[in-house]
Design a protein around this ligand. Structure first.
Ligand code: KG4
Ligand code: ZN
Length: 335
C-alpha cells in the first residue's frame, strides 16, 4: 500500500496544500496572496488573515485534484518554521486539528530543509542527489550554504549577515518600480539585456558568508544618479539594468559556491528556494561548475509550495518520526 501524506505550507505569503503518494506528487495547490504587491513586501498581519481565508479551500482542492479519499491519508505534515509566526500558526493549528480528527500522525517539517529536499520528489526517474552534498538555499528569507550529511543532518557553513539574496532581487526591483516579488520580473527583463553594461560592487565578506545590503545601497545610488541626469533612465535601460544587477548577484553566489566546494571537497551541489528558479544563476553555475553534479528543483518546487513539505512528511513517516500535539511553531528554526 502506498503512503499518502497531506502537506501544508503557510510560512510566508503562499497558502499551499499538496498530497504525495510515496514520493510522487498527486496535487500541489498554491494560493498566492496578491494583497502584498502594493506594499513592496509581505505585510505579516495581512498574510495571516489571507491564510485563514484560504486554508480550507486550498486543502479541499488539493484532495480533489489528488482524487484521494480523505480516509486514505496516512499523515499530515506541516511547516513548523522558520517563517512569520502568525502565518505558521494558521497552518500548524489546521494540521493538528486534521491529524486529531482523522486519528493519523502529525509530522513537523523545517521549511529550509524542505526547500533542499524538494530535489528528491520523483521526477521522471531523473537521478536523485546522493549524500553528502553541498546545499545552496537561496530564497526570500534565507541565503545559506549547507553541508548535508543525510536527509536530516544538515550543518549551515555560510549564511547572509544582512539581507537575503531574494531581498536583493526584490529591493532592487522595487527601486525599478517592479511589484513584489520582483525576482522573476528581473529575470524576464534580463533576457534581452546586456549583462556587462553596468557595474556594481561585489561585497567583500569572509569565508562562506554573504552580505547584500551594500549592493542594494550601491544600486540605489546608481539609480538616483542616473535619474537626476535623465528622468527616463529606467524605462530606457530596464533590460540592461536587470541583466547587469542579476549578473552581479549570480557572480557573488557562484564565488561562494566555489569556495564551499573547495572547503568541503564536495562535488554534488543541490539548490533550493525561490531564487534557484533564476535562469542566469542556473546557466552560470552549469557553465562554471562542469566538474560537479548540479541539482535544481523543478521550477514549481522552487518557490514556496506544500509539495516539498509533503515529501519531507513522507520521508519522516517512513522513519516513524512523528510529532506531539504540544509542538510550537517557530519563527526562527535552525536547520
Ligand atoms: O522560497 P521563496 O518562495 O520564499 C522564501 O522562503 O523566502 O522565495 C521567494 C523569493 C523572492 O525573493 C522572489 O523574488 C525570488 O524568490 N524569486 C526569484 C525568481 N523567482 C522567485 N529570484 C530571482 N529569479 C527568479 N526567477
Ligand atoms: Zn521558502
Amino acid at each position: 500500500m502506498p503512503i499518502n501524506v497531506l502537506g501544508i505550507e503557510t510560512s510566508c505569503d503562499e497558502t499551499s496544500a499538496a498530497v504525495i503518494s510515496d514520493n510522487k506528487i498527486l496535487s500541489n495547490i498554491i494560493a498566492n496572496q496578491e494583497v502584498h504587491q502594493k506594499y513592496g513586501g509581505v505585510v505579516p498581519e495581512l498574510a495571516s488573515r489571507a491564510h485563514q481565508k484560504n486554508i480550507i479551500p486550498v486543502v479541499e482542492r488539493a484532495l480533489i485534484e489528488a482524487n484521494i479519499d480523505i480516509k486514505k491519508l496516512n499523515a499530515v505534515a506541516f511547516t513548523r518554521g522558520p517563517g512569520l509566526l502568525g502565518s505558521l500558526l494558521v497552518g500548524s493549528s489546521f494540521a493538528k486539528s486534521m491529524s486529531l480528527s482523522l486519528d493519523i500522525p502529525l509530522i513537523e517539517v523545517n521549511h529550509m530543509q524542505a526547500h533542499l529536499l524538494a530535489n528528491f520528489i520523483e521526477n521522471n526517474n531523473r537521478n536523485k542527489p546522493t549524500f553528502p552534498f553541498l546545499g545552496v538555499n537561496i530564497s526570500g528569507g534565507h541565503t545559506q550554504i549547507i553541508l548535508c550529511k543525510n536527509y536530516f543532518e544538515m550543518e549551515i557553513i555560510g549564511e547572509t549577515l544582512d539581507d537575503s539574496i531574494g531581498e536583493a532581487f526584490d529591493k532592487c526591483g522595487k527601486l525599478l518600480g517592479l511589484n513584489y516579488p520582483a525576482g522573476s520580473k528581473i529575470d524576464r527583463f534580463a533576457k534581452n539585456g546586456d549583462k556587462k553594461k553596468f557595474k556594481f560592487i561585489i561585497p567583500k565578506v569572509s569565508e562562506l558568508d554573504f552580505s547584500f545590503s551594500g549592493l542594494k545601497t550601491n544600486f540605489k545610488r546608481f539609480i538616483e544618479n542616473n535619474i537626476s541626469k535623465n528622468k527616463n533612465f529606467i524605462e530606457k535601460e530596464i533590460e540592461n539594468i536587470c541583466a547587469s544587477i542579476q549578473e552581479t548577484i549570480a557572480k557573488i553566489l557562484l564565488e561562494k559556491i566555489i569556495k564551499g566546494i573547495n572547503i568541503t571537497n564536495t562535488k554534488t551541489i543541490v539548490f533550493g528556494g525561490g531564487v534557484s528558479a533564476n535562469s542566469r544563476i542556473r546557466k552560470s553555475c552549469k557553465k562554471e561548475l562542469k566538474n560537479c553534479k548540479l541539482f535544481f528543483p523543478k521550477i514549481e518546487y522552487t518557490t514556496d509550495n506544500a509539495a516539498m513539505i509533503a515529501l519531507v512528511g513522507y520521508l519522516k513517516y517512513k522513519e516513524k518520526n512523528f510529532t506531539n500535539y504540544d509542538v510550537e511553531s517557530r519563527a526562527r528554526y535552525k536547520i
